[in-house]
Design a protein. Structure first.
Length: 115
């Protein structure tokens, strides 16, 4: 798991979370654990990656594990299709990117996972 931080008023604040698209797949869901080690991601790192954004409505919290969330790839694909993008982008992407605040809201936690 990678986290991009913005510097605001001299303090680093977590902005985006990136996860590889190869999460554990169960049906249309790809699962990720937020308790895994976090690697800092820098702005210059964006240039060489195929990244696909994930909206808050496409995130699902695992009801059995407080540290696990999933991305509903069927919903991601539907959004791509409805916005006129090639749905093959889902398979071509190396990383999913989401807002830290969206993930925290879905996980119902404070920012302690990403500090």
């Amino acid at each position: 798991m990678k986290v991009y931080y913005e510097e605001i008023d001299g303090e680093l604040q977590a902005k985006w979370v990136l996860v590889k698209t190869d999460g554990e797949q169960r049906g249309a869901l790809r699962f990720y654990n937020v308790s895994q080690p976090i690697e800092r991601f820098y702005e210059e790192d964006f240039a060489d990656l195929a990244i696909l954004s994930v909206d808050i409505g496409e995130l699902v919290r695992d009801p059995f594990d407080d540290y696990v969330f999933a991305i509903n790839t069927n919903m991601v694909q539907s959004r791509l299709e409805s916005s006129g993008h090639d749905p093959a982008m889902l398979e071509e992407a190396e990383y999913f990117i989401m807002l830290v605040e969206d993930l925290e809201e879905v996980m119902s936690v404070g920012s302690s996972f990403f500090e």
